[in-house]
Design a protein around this ligand. Structure first.
Ligand code: ADP
Length: 488
């Protein structure tokens, strides 16, 4: 086995480096806040560094907004809402949103490289998934802007007002698109805060919004940390809060807005089950598992982080999975051969390492690939735990890294019970040849999305969101749009 692994290793690392060039990207040394259509220095003149997690080098300085800066942004959004955005015709709104989508397409190469540099994700993923999907969300929602009467028949869809939107670091530009596109299509204005480790593509989006000629104040982008986010959530003139991030912060936000008239959608953590039945196409399923948890370093809230394999095929699946992950290339996110890039931050790497230690202490059996890992930067080899108990912390708690737990099952009832037995309910995957079994499971798995014979597939027209501690409300599709309107 060891010999076989060495051979595979060698094959992987014999690939010539294929780094994407960075010569075409345009980044400033320092970014201010984007408020009322202009770049504005933060009142307290505070900035923080955003670094490249694959080499720990500083990329740029980012403005740290405090409450007074947020006040300015909300004020600009309110004036733009009252004065322009809620007044212009829906087809005018659509034109602006289409324009954003098209400019994003034109600048997609630059956006992909910056996403990969700032966040650590493989360029392949940024190029093929994040950026095309982000511009597609603008195209999709632009299409609805002048058709709201058909989207919500027999009702009039009214905008809510100013939306405060707070997003995480795992899909920075895509999350911004998920939130901004439907808000604008429905006639709302926006104050958005990207995550502190990945602000750059949201700031590039601000440039695109300027280029598209959006009226000043319709979209404002304020950068900063948790206190900046809290200032948005607590601002009395915000009508709607849209948050994607950890369950802990989601609970704080839920408490903060209780007793106010603010509407909210919260998309929180997950511990999603990927279930493989004995009759599944095993090789396809192996790719689905790898795609579900190892690509993007497990930095996906709906990552298939708990694998359930039917007992009769468990030895085969585990053997094939180990062989497959031995071939994965961990390294330079900008290299087109890279499968697993850098962990987004030092703090996140520490969390993942802590859980790997907990897994070992809990008595689970660990398998980690022996692939080469760069000396500098934040990297983690793909890791599998078998012999885990349903009550193990590594089975119950979100790790947000390339760490998979594997459990076996015999019957369908048993796997439904085990799959549903976590505080979360964001997504699930089912692999089987039997259509009836898929339909049976989709009604019984308490997860917002259930993929059948595939995993981590997204489309702007499909709603996404969770059950239980994974949050509430849906984003994407008509459901996502409906979160930004009141129907009268
Ligand atoms: P993660 O664990 O994915 O980093 P967080 O929930 O910590 O998720 O962060 C998601 C987003 O929420 C980030 O933009 C972060 O700055 C912001 N944030 C953190 N704390 C708060 C808070 N108390 N109120 C509002 N936003 C917050």
């Amino acid at each position: 086995m060891a010999k076989k692994r060495d051979l595979k290793q060698k094959i992987s690392w014999e690939l010539a480096p294929a780094p994407e060039s960075t010569g075409h990207i345009n980044l400033k040394d320092r970014y201010d806040l984007f408020i009322n259509g202009k770049w504005v220095a933060p009142k307290k003149k505070k900035y923080f560094s955003t670094i490249n997690p694959s080499n720990e080098k500083k990329i740029a300085e980012i403005a740290y907004a405090d409450k007074s800066d947020v006040d300015l942004a909300v004020d600009a959004a309110r004036k733009a809402y009252d004065g322009v955005w809620s007044k212009i015709t829906p087809s005018e709104r659509a034109k602006y949103i289409y324009r954003i989508a098209r400019i994003m397409q034109e600048r997609s190469r630059e956006l992909a490289v910056i996403e990969s540099l700032d966040g650590g994700k493989p360029i392949r993923e940024a190029r093929d998934i994040d950026i095309p999907l982000a511009s597609n969300h603008f195209f999709y929602n632009a299409g609805w802007a002048d058709k709201l009467e058909y989207a919500f028949p027999a009702k009039t869809a009214m905008p809510l007002g100013v939306a405060g939107q707070i997003i995480p670091w795992n899909f920075p530009l895509l999350m911004a698109a998920w939130k901004i596109a439907p808000a604008l299509a429905a006639g709302n204005t926006v104050v958005l805060k990207p995550a502190e480790t990945t602000s750059l593509t949201a700031l590039k989006l601000a440039e695109i919004i300027q280029e598209a000629g959006l009226p000043p104040g319709v979209v404002n982008i304020v950068t900063g940390f948790g206190d900046t986010g809290a200032a948005i959530v607590n601002h009395p003139d915000i009508n709607k809060v849209a948050f994607t991030g950890s369950t802990g912060v989601g609970k704080i936000i839920q408490n903060a807005i209780s007793g106010t008239a603010k509407k909210a959608t919260l998309e929180l953590g997950g511990k999603s089950a990927n279930i493989i039945f004995a009759d599944a196409p095993i090789d396809q399923a192996i790719e689905g598992i790898v795609n579900g948890i190892f690509f993007n370093q497990g930095h996906v809230c709906c990552a298939g982080s708990r694998l359930f394999v039917q007992e009769s095929v468990s030895d085969l699946v585990i053997k094939k999975l180990k062989e497959r992950i031995d071939t994965l290339i961990v390294g330079d996110p900008l290299d087109k051969n890279t499968d697993i890039g850098a962990i987004n931050s030092k703090e996140q790497l520490e969390i993942i390492k802590k859980y790997i230690k907990i897994g070992k202490e809990e008595g689970a059996e660990m398998y980690q690939t022996s692939c080469k890992i760069p000396n500098k930067g934040y990297f983690c080899a793909p890791t599998i735990f078998t012999d885990v108990a349903q009550s193990s912390r590594i089975v119950q708690e979100e790790i947000f890294g390339p760490v998979l737990t594997i459990q076996t099952f015999r019957t369908i009832d048993e796997v439904i019970q085990k799959a549903n037995n976590t505080p979360y309910g964001l997504a699930a995957g089912v692999w089987t040849d039997k259509g009836s079994r898929i339909f049976n499971l989709t009604t019984k798995l308490r997860a917002g999305v259930v993929w059948a014979n595939t995993y981590n597939k997204f489309d702007p027209s499909s709603p996404f969101g969770g059950y239980k501690e994974s949050g509430f409300g849906r984003e994407g599709g008509l459901h996502g749009l409906s979160a930004y309107v009141k129907l009268v």
